[in-house]
Write a protein that binds this ligand. Structure first.
Ligand code: TLP
Length: 337
């Protein structure tokens, strides 16, 4: 049966060029910092993000957790969006592992209002925890892959800096944001202290994410990575496809965005409830009567999607999904519903 897997861009498989790069990678022990391929990827990532240094981590979740811990001290409070990945999908590690207090605030289409951030900062008071970090998510997954514009990041960053807070960006899909806006990622990352981005989503690598910041920040982050069992040895086999991704896979995200738009417009024409303002990158979220039932129904035709709440479904376009697949999905939905 034909399978069109739109559950996530995490399902992408590496390209032939990536597999060849793995085979040919020069390797060493990265805990000794002797893997030339990892070193090269980390340098490339830091340069792309406009930061001094970068650290290859096993996943976005690990990168965010290390980012949280390196930016804060135990018992402090972190302001973040109420449906952010860190708060919603990281198994409560912010509390369970990092020993931080989360202060979720509601954003508008995933974007925090600087006034709300300002109001959420605790006053200096003996009774209260210290607010020390703001986290933003760009693109924002649960809001529908929505972007943060550089001036929106700057506005929140200005508040954070003014109040002596640090700012971390979960940029799992930062390149989707940059491509959608036609800007260099540095226009966004210049306003944050640390940024995590993923190789294993739209960039189609099998594994890996990068945490970026100052030399000193990354030095401390490296220690946490080791603590979490994330010190990998011949990790060049992970870094090699990462280098291919940074060189070759960024510009093609545009194609995923076009396919997402085509999918969203088709769904709208089929009378699905969908907020088109949110369809800005490669994520399409729409309403159905019963998410679980809908997903089980379409799976009979080889179409896979994610349940995103009782009556919401998410479809994500990615490397390996072509226009003809979107056509097939729309034709199938028209036939069944
Ligand atoms: N998101 C996954 C699931 O965990 C929901 C997905 O399918 O979208 N930040 C953001 C914004 C993410 O969307 C994700 C993954 C992560 C962090 C975590 O990355 P991984 O899966 O590498 O731990």
């Amino acid at each position: 049966m034909r399978v069109v897997d739109l559950r996530s861009d995490t399902v992408t498989k590496p390209s032939k060029e990536m597999l060849e790069a793995i085979l040919n990678a020069e390797l060493g022990d990265d805990v000794y910092r002797e893997d030339p391929t990892v070193n090269k990827l980390e340098e490339m990532a830091a340069r792309k993000m406009g930061k001094e240094a970068a650290l290859l981590v096993t996943s976005g979740t690990q990168g965010n957790l290390i980012g949280l811990m390196t930016n804060t001290n135990r018992g402090e409070e972190v302001i973040l969006e109420a449906e952010s990945h860190i708060y919603y999908y990281e198994v409560g590690s912010i509390a369970a592992v990092a020993n931080l207090l989360a202060k979720p605030i509601q954003g508008k289409m995933g974007v925090l209002d600087p006034v709300d951030v300002e109001n959420a900062v605790r006053p200096r008071n003996i009774h209260m925890p210290v607010t020390s970090l703001v986290c933003i998510e760009n693109t924002h997954n649960r809001a529908g892959g929505t972007i943060w514009r550089p001036e929106q990041i700057k506005a929140v960053s200005d508040v954070a800096r003014d109040r002596g807070l640090r700012i971390h960006m979960d940029g799992a899909r930062i390149f989707n944001s940059a491509i959608a806006q036609g800007i260099d990622v540095k226009k966004m990352t210049q306003h944050v202290d640390s940024v995590m981005f993923c190789l294993s989503k739209g960039l189609a690598c099998p594994v890996g994410s990068l945490l970026c910041g100052t030399e000193e920040f990354i030095e401390r982050a490296r220690k946490y990575r080791k603590m979490f069992g994330g010190g990998m040895r011949q990790a060049g086999i992970i870094a090699a496809p990462g280098i291919v991704a940074l060189e070759k896979m960024i510009d093609r995200l545009e194609e995923d965005h076009k396919n997402a738009r085509m999918l969203a417009e088709g769904l709208k024409d089929l009378n699905f409830r969908i907020d088109m303002r949110r369809v800005q990158t490669n994520i399409v979220i729409f309403e159905v009567d019963n998410g679980e039932k809908f997903i089980s129904e379409i799976s009979r035709y080889g179409i896979k999607a994610s349940n995103f709440g009782r009556n919401k479904v998410r479809m994500v376009t990615h490397y390996g999904i072509e226009k003809k697949d979107i056509k097939y999905v729309l034709e199938t939905l028209e036939a069944i519903f």
